[in-house]
Design a protein around this ligand. Sequence first.
Ligand code: HEM
Ligand code: SF4
Length: 558
Amino acid sequence: MYSYTEFDDKFLAERNAQFRAQVERRIDGSLTEDEFKPLRLMNGLYLQLHAYMLRVAIPYGTLNSAQMDQLAYIAERWDKGYGHFTTRQNIQYNWPELRDVPDMLDALAEVKLHAIQTSGNTIRNVTADHFAGAAADEVADPRPVAELIRQWSTDHPEFQFLPRKFKVAVTGAAADRAVIKAHDIGLRIVERDGQQGFEVIVGGGLGRTPMIGKVLYDFVSADDLLPTLEAIVSVYNVLGRRDNKYKARIKITVHENGIEDIRARVDAQYALIRSQFTGVDQQMLSRIEADFAAPEFKTASLAAYESAYTNDPVFRAWADTNLAEHRAPGYAIVSISLKAHGATPGDATADQMRVMADLARRFGHDELRISHEQNVILPHVHRSDLPELHAALKEAKLATANIGLISDIIACPGMDYCALATARSIPIAQEIATRFDELKLEHDVGPLKIKISGCINACGHHHVGHIGILGLDRAGVENYQITLGGDGTENASIGERAGPGFSAEEIIPAIERLVLGYLDLRNDPSETFLQAYRRLGLAPFKAALYPETASKDQANAA
Ligand code: HEM
Ligand code: SF4
């Protein structure tokens, strides 16, 4: 894990002192809300439907136990006892009082966390594969380079007022667990002729105009990465549209100019600035890499694990869904579900955060990760510790065995918190999860990703959900539009709209029909929803969703 230098500590302390003075001036009335707005947004403070909201960055999703404990403390002391983990590896506090925010930021700084560049038209929190450093299929740990990019981009003087926000995601594995193709820049560590370098993808994004990113370069060496990124962002800074907020993201710049034109411009800019990168970045990178050395893995007997797996069906069900392959023998990656059936996706109480911190300390080499799917990961747990870990998770209501299944839903806060929402998302997620729990079909249905957004901004990633749900406002009534076949992995695709939307009352039965339809359509239980969709296309799924229209069509054809 990256250890802060004296410079980092001083930088945060000064920044917090500056913001404290700004907050005081807002409270005593010498700043209006309009004057205060750009200042608060530079420090991750939004004004939401009911209250301020503070968005804290969790760089590349990595936390240690002390940091998680502090997030719990902040939730309890200054919020309502819980926090919301988001799809960008941030945590959001929904109820802070303005006067408390400087203290919250100081408490974060104590554990080297902050809210800088979690808002505004800057390079946002750099995200990464949540299995980084642990996954069996990894070429290299993406976090050192994500940290380098964070240091390069934080308060970068040229990139504080980009045309729009800018998001970078990095993965070090062939399997994409960081949705790199739906980011402004997606980076994948690849190997060529024994050398590690980067595939660079640009112009992906969701929101109003969803797009899958395009390959700008298939191989950039480690030495050339920062100058290349600097060239890309500079080109975007000049060329990106500032006349229309909805056309401002780099995906539109790439779309309007074409990838060849963008490549030529980036090449030219790169040639201009390359000499400024004298190798200091590479020295920094090797220092950072040392901070991310893998922990010392132990060897231990697997007897306890094997016995629990054979004799305890609850443990077995959990192990089958919530564990992933680790690179070290005897180890597993544990995903802790924040999606208990009927719970708010991504929310954790202060007590739950403390339990997870404690378990990471006892069994997990002091490491936790936040996933873009709004769950928490313990990346390094020896299998011999899993029965004890599972028992502790059960007690804290954190042992739901549903990772990757229908109730492991991503949902944005929607109308329950968000000022931009056009519909609710949380209750829809809760009702779908509860319904499928009642039906006891979850495990039969198998891998299925449902993603829900409360408006077109797509914070809930609905476009890349196998089933995407978009909440809209139709003449004052909530209406839910379904997209099908989206995928946020290395085979990324944007979902297709299935047809007319459903009311809040109709949406749960509609999802049920759709999923039951899939059970009838699949070749056999090993064919997932997405595979069946890709084999059969929209029509049979549409027929399951809109049975009346389908039977009318049949009658007309007869
Ligand atoms: C409650 C306060 C929030 C506000 C005001 C907000 C606002 C927005 C807006 C305006 C966009 C569209 C930006 C654009 O297209 O340029 C956006 C995108 C996004 N937001 Fe949020 N959001 C909020 C909460 C969240 C939460 C809780 C999450 C995670 C669950 C999230 C994750 C994202 C993601 C991943 C995108 C990316 C879509 C893209 O690729 O363009 N946001 N948000
Ligand atoms: S998708 Fe819309 S409703 Fe949901 S958090 Fe984003 S801006 Fe708010």
